[in-house]
Design a protein around this ligand. Sequence first.
Ligand SMILES: [Fe+2]
Length: 196
Amino acid sequence: MSPATASAVVPGAAVARGAGGGLPTVIGGCPAFLTASVRRAVRAGGNWQAVADRVAGVLRNQFPSPAILTRERLAGDPAGYQTHLLHAEPDGSFSVTVMVWLPGQQTPVHDHLAWCVTAVMQGTEYEEIFAPGADGLRVIARNCNPVGAVSAFAPPGDIHRVRNNGTGVAVSMHVYGTDISRVGSSIRREYRYPGQ
Ligand SMILES: [Fe+2]
């Protein structure tokens, strides 16, 4: 997930990922030991789910602190949830981001360009998982992910929406199997769904 990239929603099940307002800039701040461990996990290879599961193991063992962001960035932005790009691997194989959500902020319903691993660093993130059906999307799971929760997934079957349902700022790390600094967002498609 990246900041809502303002794709125009058109009739139909899905819409193309928007280009948004330009490519994100790498701000740095990902601990070197964590970057190195993720790099080893990615280079060990295998299919997307295998890579994501291995990266999830890295995050569980080397769990990041919200303090890797400045106090200003941790404050969030009333304009929308924020995605801070900490690292983009030079060979394009992965990116590390930290997202900051004020209460009530949420992503669109979306799927992804590649595998993704998330780790909740502060607050609780509420996630709905969807599956396509004959008459549109339906919710097949609802998860409340507290601090310490690490999730790994890979397309297909990765349609979801994430919201900060809490009363404080939520913070989470997202590692993606693509280069966000070049493709702009991890989102492949956004979907029409009530509550958007
Ligand atoms: Fe996502």
